[in-house]
Design a protein around this ligand. Structure first.
Ligand SMILES: [Zn+2]
Length: 105
């Protein structure tokens, strides 16, 4: 893995992640086999410090993805293969549930 100097590291409630809108272009996702009925926003790739982070400031991706539940602020770490993109019409912006329409769209 080659080190980059332009890595953009973000944090959300102490979780380190790297934004990647190119890989995660959808507004929201469901997590297949775990939370099929709830929408999540993708934060980005989970990052962990490597052995040189203290000097280089470079973090490594684990390959897993941080998501945050719509209507909540709990962060979960999920496998990228389990993410299924959904459109804005599919979920409720208030509670995050698929098929609920109490956000009155
Ligand atoms: Zn709702």
């Amino acid at each position: 893995m080659s080190a980059t100097t332009d890595q953009e590291v973000s944090t959300f409630r102490r979780h380190l992640y790297e934004n990647d809108d190119a890989t995660f272009p959808a507004d929201a996702y469901i997590v297949k086999g775990w939370a099929d009925g709830i929408a999540f926003h993708v934060l980005g790739w989970q990052l962990v410090p490597d052995e040189d982070t203290e000097w280089t400031g470079i973090y490594e991706r684990t390959g897993d993805v941080y998501v945050v539940m719509v209507g909540d602020d709990k962060v979960y770490c999920v496998e990228v293969e389990d993410l299924v993109p959904i459109s804005r019409e599919d979920y409720c912006g208030v509670c995050g549930q698929i098929g609920c329409c109490h956000d009155a769209r």
